[in-house]
Design a protein around this ligand. Structure first.
Ligand code: URA
Length: 210
């Protein structure tokens, strides 16, 4: 699939997302819904993974059966909110290798600054799925992808729950080769950089820190 943006408009995803957007959703429900949606997003994000075949014996006969080809996937969580999506994808792809990127925003320059970076080896040979629930301004997501490419990643998918038009445009400008998979493309950003209508601060809502 070559399109830059995939919005997973499946009724189950949209129903669960609506429940997450509701400001009255309690932390445990928010977390559970995020995990459920991440399964469905990951299903779409991995639709084009390369496969090969292997010879097996079913109880009835031998067959050439499809299996995933190549090295294990790399999943990279952009801290801290990415961890909410990571848990769900790991349910689906338990053998994936896992990395973490930690960034904070310098209050003066407003640029993302790296404080943690640990990713699987030989990224160049792996499909890499970077996860962050909110593609808002796109600054930190683009910076994270820059770092993954510097570390060797060549085939990167960015998976998020919500995207803003501004974030999608920035990602397309800076990383046109990176496919975005999201549950919704919202209307805009507000002046604080929150996605509108959005769901608020994804990290606070999933970890109950507010
Ligand atoms: N990060 C969030 O958690 N929420 C937004 O709306 C934007 C960025």
């Amino acid at each position: 699939m070559s399109e830059h943006l995939t919005v997973v408009d499946h009724p189950l995803v949209q129903h669960k997302l609506t429940k997450m957007r509701d400001k009255n959703a309690p932390t445990n429900e928010f977390r559970q819904l995020l995990k459920e949606i991440s399964h469905l997003l990951a299903y779409e994000a991995t639709r084009d993974l390369p496969t090969t075949t292997t010879r097996i014996d079913t109880p009835v006969c031998e067959m050439e059966a499809p299996v995933l080809a190549g090295k294990k996937l790399a999943l990279v969580s952009i801290l801290r909110a990415g961890n909410g999506l990571l848990d769900g994808i790991l349910d689906l792809i338990p053998s994936a290798r896992v990395g973490f990127v930690g960034l904070y925003r310098d209050e003066e320059t407003l640029q993302p600054v790296k404080y943690y970076f640990k990713v699987p080896t030989t990224l160049e040979d792996r499909v890499t799925i970077a996860v962050d629930p909110m593609l808002a301004t796109g600054n930190s997501s683009v910076a994270a992808i820059d770092m993954l490419k510097e570390a060797g990643a060549k085939n990167i998918i960015f998976m998020c729950l919500l995207a803003s038009p501004e974030g999608v445009a920035l990602m397309k400008e800076k990383h046109p080769d990176v496919r975005i998979v999201t549950a919704a493309l919202d209307d805009k950003l507000n002046d604080k950089g929150y996605i509108v209508p959005g769901l608020g601060d994804a990290g606070d809502r999933m970890f109950g820190t507010k």
